[in-house]
Ligand binder design. Structure first.
Ligand SMILES: *[C@@H]1O[C@H](CO)[C@@H](O)[C@H](O)[C@H]1NC(C)=O
Ligand SMILES: [Zn+2]
Length: 496
């Protein structure tokens, strides 16, 4: 069978193994005006005219990755660290790793609290300089009535999510403030993302360790035991239950928290959860490396104790406890004593004081290759948690995260061949971020994207030029209400 189209296609991907969250089968894909225009049986488009043809025999063809947790160009909110990546380097790194859309953060300034102002300031930083498509979550540090009243204006600007914190001195909200945010989110159809760690327990533990002069990087993990994440997760779920509105718990690291989430889901509550590669691959051993090396893996929540913890997180990813897998790319330079990891070193603390180590690891480029190379998720599950679910959860589906003809953007990542390439060791010099290390240095990978396409244009060609997309080709994506946020009536306190 041959399908002939009226006008030539812009691009045809021939004979690949097309993977979506639901299906895996051999298809041809025709692209026109930046959209997926035809999905046809394998080789049926072989004779159709097209400007470009990519022979994808033996390759996986998937919707481009969506990384819903990326920190770029943020001011110093967490002590001394300053983000090393801006919207240019961060998005370049994204496409080289197969990610075509990121959602980064627009941080609210406590001193001038308007959310719309925060959105404008951050949007200016991204305008015209990005290599992939992007949106923003509003990062709320001071939920005054004025700023809650801006939620509906945010929705009109295509923003449908906010992030709040239960920890970090400058950001931590009290439970009543969280309830205010959840109620407003319910009213305006906004998804609330929650960083769930008990900030008071953390400060107390930190004091105990400091008093005993236990300061080096590995004590970062000691200061934040699993119970501290488990407690905050349970409390976040209770708060969401009171308001009867969905929440997303970000970057879950502990099996204890995962089990708490699973139980809530089993009870029918709309609780969604995210995990990240660092909680699938790193442990306390990485924090305990000799000298100051461990600082490279300081992120919050911390990598957990051992292999059994990693297994618990993998299980949660396989069994649907985790809705999405994001990077939490939070880039700080290592060898930088002013705004990087080494800012925590002083004369009286040559191995640093863990409480001053900027919290975060880079990972926007390595997220997909690490997890696909591990071979522990089915290809469909991989697409579901790295692309389709983030699109649904954050109101971009099916423009993003799908391959629906006539509807979806032609954002694709092509892995060549589907059973992997010759194994190689990851080294930081291969990456495109503006950070002088990767926490995954030396890991053996067997997958790396051969091509990344953004709205039909090849922007990454691994074997022929690398990043060939142009700076500024990335566009702002307007987002709607979450697919996972069911329609609700007014909240009624008399129900209780
Ligand atoms: C799914 O994974 C979670 C998190 O690891 C775990 O608590 C739960 O027992 C698992 N459920 C099943 C049915 O395997
Ligand atoms: Zn984060």
């Amino acid at each position: 069978m041959t399908i002939r189209t009226i006008s030539p296609l812009d691009c045809i991907i021939l004979n690949g193994t097309v993977v979506t969250a639901a299906d895996i089968a051999r298809y041809d894909i025709g692209i026109k005006d930046g959209k997926v225009s035809i999905l046809a049986p394998a080789l049926s488009l072989a004779d159709s005219p097209a400007t470009r043809v990519i022979d994808a025999q033996g390759a996986y063809v998937m919707p481009g990755g969506i990384d819903a947790h990326v920190h770029l160009a943020e001011p110093q909110l967490f002590g001394k660290g300053k983000a090393a990546d801006d919207y240019t380097t961060g998005t370049k790194s994204a496409i080289a790793g197969g990610t075509t859309t990121i959602i980064a953060f627009a941080p609210q300034d406590k001193a001038s609290p308007s959310l719309l102002k925060a959105l404008d300031e951050t949007a200016r930083k991204a305008e015209g300089v990005a290599y992939c498509d992007y949106s923003f979550h509003l990062l709320l540090s001071n939920p005054t009535r004025e700023c809650l009243n801006e939620f509906s204006a945010l929705r009109n600007r295509g923003i449908s999510s906010v992030k709040i914190y239960m920890t970090y001195e400058l950001l931590q909200l009290r439970d009543n403030q969280i309830l205010d945010v959840l109620l407003q989110s319910r009213i305006d159809g906004v998804t609330t993302m929650i960083h769930a760690e008990n900030g008071d327990m953390l400060s107390w533990m930190t004091e105990q360790l400091e008093m005993r002069n236990l300061l080096e990087p590995k004590y970062h993990a000691t200061s934040r035991p699993q119970i501290l994440e488990g407690e905050a997760t349970g409390r976040a779920i209770a708060l969401s239950q009171l308001i009867e509105t969905p929440i997303l718990i970000v970057h879950v690291s502990s099996p204890l928290a995962a089990t708490t989430i699973r139980n809530a889901q089993t009870a029918g509550l709309p609780i969604y959860a995210e995990t990240c590669p660092q909680y699938l691959f790193l442990t306390r051993d990485d924090l305990s490396k000799p000298g100051y090396e461990g600082a490279k893996c300081v992120c919050s929540p911390p990598p957990r104790d051992g292999v059994q913890d990693l297994e618990g997180i993998w299980r949660g990813l396989q069994n649907g406890t985790f809705t999405i897998l994001s990077s939490d790319h939070c880039p700080f330079e290592f060898d930088n004593a002013v705004s990087g990891k080494k800012a925590a070193i002083s004369d009286d603390a040559p191995l640093g004081r863990f409480k001053y180590i900027p919290n975060g690891c880079p990972g926007v480029e390595t997220r997909l290759p690490l997890v696909l190379s591990a071979g522990r998720l089915s290809p469909q599950k991989f697409v579901e948690v790295t692309s389709t679910n983030p699109a649904k959860l954050y109101g971009m589906y099916p423009q993003k995260g799908a391959l629906l003809p006539g509807v979806s953007d032609a954002d694709l990542v092509i892995w060549y061949p589907e059973n992997g390439i010759e194994a190689f060791e990851l080294g930081n010099e291969m990456l495109h971020h503006n950070v002088d290390y990767t926490p995954f240095e030396g890991r053996v990978l067997s997958q790396w994207p051969r091509y990344t396409l953004l709205r039909g244009e090849v922007v990454w060609d691994r074997d022929n030029g690398g990043v060939i997309g142009e700076m500024g080709c990335g566009q702002f994506v307007r987002r709607g209400r979450s697919e996972f946020c069911q329609v609700q009536g007014p909240w009624d306190p008399e129900k209780f």
